[in-house]
Unconditional design. Structure first.
Length: 179
């Protein structure tokens, strides 16, 4: 039986996106209500899977251990709100490497699908950047844009994609639409 899964980008969706990226645990700030939104998805029966580009690791700007600590801090914030992130898929390759897992390529989504057995056409990918939306489309998922992070700029480029203010509003749309 296929599972109900929602895919999330990290920076700009779960946490505040910084111009240089989040390179230290101390730089991490959660987007308001993001942790509670994940908990609401869980309560509605959805698995939550993060698919994120983190080229800063491949460029040597961030150690893999520090990336793990940052992601663990996000996990802890979500757990404190009563939810859980079920899995993390991180592409650490720089763009010039041309890997199949760096969004806008759909590789991370395909990896997640193999592990979590979800139907792409019934699966939302929530992101703030054009590459998130393109990856969703390439994998056959349903793209949903949040206006946090790069979202307002992306909305001007991709007005064909549904857009909401933040992750909490995205969860409202998904959970209400599933009823």
């Amino acid at each position: 039986m296929t599972q109900r899964v929602v895919l999330l980008d990290r920076d700009g969706v779960l946490n505040v996106d910084l111009p240089t990226g989040v390179l230290r645990r101390e730089d991490l700030t959660m987007e308001p209500a993001a942790a509670a939104a994940v908990a609401r998805l869980n309560a509605a029966g959805y698995r939550v899977v993060v698919v994120t580009n983190q080229a800063c690791v491949g460029r040597g700007e961030l150690a893999p251990e520090e990336l793990g600590q940052i992601n663990a801090a996000i996990d802890a914030a979500v757990v404190a709100a009563g939810g859980q992130i079920d899995a993390w898929y991180c592409c650490v390759h720089p763009a010039e490497q041309g890997c199949a897992c760096r969004k806008p390529a759909p590789g991370l989504i395909h990896q997640a699908q193999a592990d979590w057995d979800f139907e792409p056409a019934a699966t939302w990918l929530i992101g703030d950047a054009a590459r998130d939306l393109a990856a969703a489309e390439a994998a056959g998922c349903r793209p949903l844009l949040v206006r946090t992070g790069k979202g307002r700029t992306t909305e001007a480029e991709r007005s064909d994609i549904p857009a909401v203010d933040d992750l909490a509003a995205a969860v409202d749309l998904i959970v209400e639409g599933a009823r």
